[in-house]
Design a protein around this ligand. Structure first.
Ligand code: APR
Length: 229
């Protein structure tokens, strides 16, 4: 399995969250990326989402995404590849990856905040920077179909990732600072379940270095095409 983070989309021109020029240096995560913020100041959440949608809707997959998609299509019948991504940009799917678990949701969709409403999440790349959009069915505010801080991961996504973590032979993490739970815990579970663990990242992880058998430092868009053949 491959766990990806924002670094895998850096070469597609999308900001990472931490490190040089990261989104959390441009936006206050506490004020615009938490479940609390969605209730206290939803327009601030929508301004961040609109900023990210403006960049992501025209972004193209880069050689890192393409190397992962190509690997999936080269596997034999006895092999499988699961991509569990923390990214919400949809670039793995656009590169041709089929088995993608979106741990943190998807920027491309909006949903109604009312749990009683029957409106399904719908594809929406609209920008909402002056007023909070409302559900056409029930009138409740709409929200982005992403996982904010203080929120649980989608249960199906979490369960599918746990299955891959427990059964994979190789756990490859790419372009992630390994700082956000529960995604950063998966490498320990995979190692304890007997997988070989590898990291491809621009810089060493702050705390999970001990969990990796191999660490390859460098840009994913250059290293992945080499490492994945
Ligand atoms: N190739 C490989 N790694 C890269 C590249 C690149 N071209 N560019 C940056 N990186 C690395 C950085 O060194 C950093 O360690 O990618 C990592 C990105 O880390 P973060 O910005 O923290 O992104 P991520 O790990 O995906 O964050 C996890 O945190 O804010 C939340 O929900 C958000 O999904 C996100 C989660």
């Amino acid at each position: 399995m491959i766990l990806t983070g924002a670094g895998v989309s850096a070469a597609s021109g999308l900001d990472t969250f931490r490190g040089h020029g990261g989104l959390w240096k441009q936006f206050d995560a506490e004020a615009c990326a938490t479940a609390t913020a969605l209730y206290t100041d939803p327009l601030r959440v929508w301004k961040l989402i609109s900023f990210m949608r403006r960049a992501a809707r025209t972004a193209k997959p880069n050689p890192a995404h393409q190397a992962i998609a190509a690997l999936e299509h080269r596997l034999s019948n006895e092999q499988s590849l699961t991509v569990a991504t923390q990214n919400i940009d949809g670039l793995h799917q656009r590169a041709g990856s089929g088995n993608v678990i979106e741990l943190h949701g998807r920027l491309s969709h909006t949903r109604c905040m009312s749990r009683r409403c029957s409106l399904e999440p719908f594809e929406d790349w609209e920008l909402y920077e002056t007023q909070v959009p409302r559900c056409e069915r029930c009138g409740a505010p709409l929200r982005p179909d992403v996982v904010l801080f203080e929120e649980l991961l989608p249960p199906d996504a979490y369960r599918a990732t746990e299955t891959a973590v427990q059964t994979c032979d190789l756990f490859l993490a790419v372009g992630t600072s390994c700082t956000v739970h529960p995604a950063c815990d998966f490498v320990y579970e995979a190692r304890d379940a007997g997988a070989r663990t590898m990291l491809v990242n621009l810089e060493p992880p702050e705390s999970t270095a001990d969990a990796f058998d191999e660490i390859h430092l460098g840009p994913a868009e250059e290293l992945l095409p080499l490492l994945l053949g």
